[in-house]
Design a protein around this ligand. Structure first.
Ligand SMILES: *[C@@H]1O[C@H](CO)[C@@H](O)[C@H](O)[C@H]1NC(C)=O
Ligand SMILES: *[C@@H]1O[C@H](CO)[C@@H](O)[C@H](O)[C@H]1NC(C)=O
Length: 479
């Protein structure tokens, strides 16, 4: 390295005064570097050009005749070096190197020989490369992020950006410049995922290189204390997804007791809680709660061991319900209130009337803002589902639905009507029975009379017999 600088310095020294300049080129590893070399001449005859590198000798050269030669180390594989001939006319003999590597970095010179005139340009090519160690770190472990510039420009400035915003090393991050690179060492968090760019500034020139860091660990939810919203009575999924292919050993789900605010202790999971099923990928440890009750709200923790590191993710279940009350004390009117066990992230509430037509197709009716809603339950226009949607900064967090019970509304009416009816029915039945009895009696009488009329002689006989008997009895009494 020192020798290189010495040679470069020597060349620069020798060239001072002559038609010579030193150009800095900063290129990202893997990209195309263009090493400028311009020579203007009024003559129409073409000059001889020699591009050479301090360590490796000739890179490429062209004779006056137009014949081209490549240096042996630049011939292997696909030709990475060319000097586009279309630009010769304008006196541009810039060298293009494709897919530059760190070992391409160094001092190059472009020598243009025209008649007895010689002009030389010196170009320092510096290759910038961002690297991570380890390549795909596990959350909680340490990582080194390095910006290599070969050769390193002494006195250069190095800045980092992460996902296009400036990354300023904070306390706990050791950042140092070693002679050949700038390195940051830090604890791995999910927040380090993304595109890292190292911006190098040197002598008024700027170059940059980027690389994407993939952090391994629990990728969903990506942050601790993520809130999971659900409604009473519905099912909910607690996400806990590890990086693709990262299979944790001893995965555990816990519900944390709320009493211990700072160091929560594990408590009992709800009865309908079911951890990951066999059908999921082995790195998906999401769990479900089949029927959420109000008391299920609180903190839950998913954890698993990966490469000797226990990864955990805490999340909070927020349960929503609708309270209904007839505050107005007016019959046929109800006030609905959207209640959540934690409202810290909620910015807005909205009520939506969901209507079903005869075909069962759902359509959204009127929308009203606010946490509470007063509606008239008598009007059948308001029957159906009323959904309270709650919003956070980034959109809808969840919803909870209340059924204005067409059925219960009716059943109220129905039940009272039913009691009236029962009385009526009982009364009517009683009347009917009496009527029937009367009818039966009348019928009996009628039948008897009919039977008697059938035998009028018999009746006379009976009558005379009874008359005779009566007379006899009277006579007996007289005697
Ligand atoms: C109900 O379905 C029938 C047949 O699919 C369709 O013709 C009709 O328009 C639908 N009615 C409504 C109210 O959507
Ligand atoms: C309520 O949430 C469920 C599940 O996210 C969704 O399918 C449904 O469309 C939502 N309802 C309304 C009215 O927003």
């Amino acid at each position: 390295m020192l020798l290189e600088y010495f040679i470069f310095g020597l060349i620069s020294f020798l060239m001072t005064g002559a038609q010579c300049e030193v150009t800095e080129v900063l290129a990202e590893a893997g990209s195309q570097a263009v090493l400028p070399c311009k020579y203007s001449s009024s003559s129409s005859s073409s000059p001889a050009i020699i591009w050479s590198e301090a360590d490796k000798g000739t890179v490429w050269r062209k004779q006056k005749s137009g014949l081209q030669y490549w240096g042996s180390s630049w011939l292997q594989g696909n030709q990475r070096v060319r000097c586009p001939h279309s630009q010769y006319e304008s006196g541009d003999y810039s060298l293009q190197i494709n897919n530059v590597r760190e070992d391409d970095g160094g001092s190059y010179s472009c020598r243009v020989e025209h008649r007895d005139q010689v002009s030389e340009t010196v170009v320092i090519l510096r290759i910038i490369k961002v690297s991570f160690s380890p390549l795909a770190p596990i959350m909680g472990n340490d990582i080194s992020i390095t910006c290599n510039v070969t050769p390193w420009p002494i006195g250069a400035s190095v800045q980092w950006t992460l996902n296009n915003s400036r990354f300023v090393p904070q306390t706990g991050i050791t950042s140092k410049k070693v002679t050949a690179h700038s390195v940051m060492r830090m604890r791995v968090t999910a927040g380090l995922t993304g595109s890292w760019t190292c911006v190098v500034g040197y002598k008024g020139k700027e170059g940059q290189a980027s690389a994407t860091l993939a952090v391994k660990g629990i990728i969903q939810p990506s942050k601790d204390n993520t809130k999971v919203y659900t409604a009473v009575g519905s099912a909910v999924t607690f996400p806990c997804v590890f990086s693709y292919g990262l299979i944790p050993s001893h995965p555990v789900w816990e519900k944390l007791k709320p009493e211990f605010l700072f160091n929560p202790a594990p408590g009992r999971l709800p009865a309908s809680f079911s951890p990951s099923s066999e059908s999921q990928f082995p790195w998906d440890k999401s769990a479900t709660l089949k029927e959420v009750e109000l008391g299920d709200e609180g903190k839950y923790r998913c954890s698993g061991a990966v490469e000797g590191q226990r990864l955990t993710r805490n999340m909070q279940l927020v349960v929503a319900k609708i309270d209904s009350s007839d505050l107005s004390k007016k019959k046929g009117s109800v006030t609905l209130t959207c209640q959540l066990t934690d409202t810290s992230e909620v910015t807005d509430y909205e009520w939506v009337h969901v209507v079903y037509d005869l075909n069962g197709t759902k359509s959204v009716g009127s929308v009203q803002k606010g946490k509470t809603l007063s509606i008239n339950t008598v009007s059948d226009e308001n029957w159906g589902e009323w959904t309270c949607r709650f919003y956070g900064k980034e959109g809808v967090l969840g919803n909870v639905t209340y059924h204005i019970q067409q059925m219960s509304g009716l059943s109220e009416v129905k039940s009272t009507r039913l009691s009236h009816n029962t009385a009526a029915v009982i009364g009517l039945s009683f009347l009917l029975v009496v009527l029937l009895l009367i009818l039966a009696q009348m019928y009996k009488n009628h039948q008897r009379r009919k039977r008697i009329f059938q035998y009028p002689a018999l009746e006379t006989i009976v009558h005379t017999i009874s008359n005779e008997r009566e007379e006899r009895e009277r006579n007996q009494v007289k005697e």
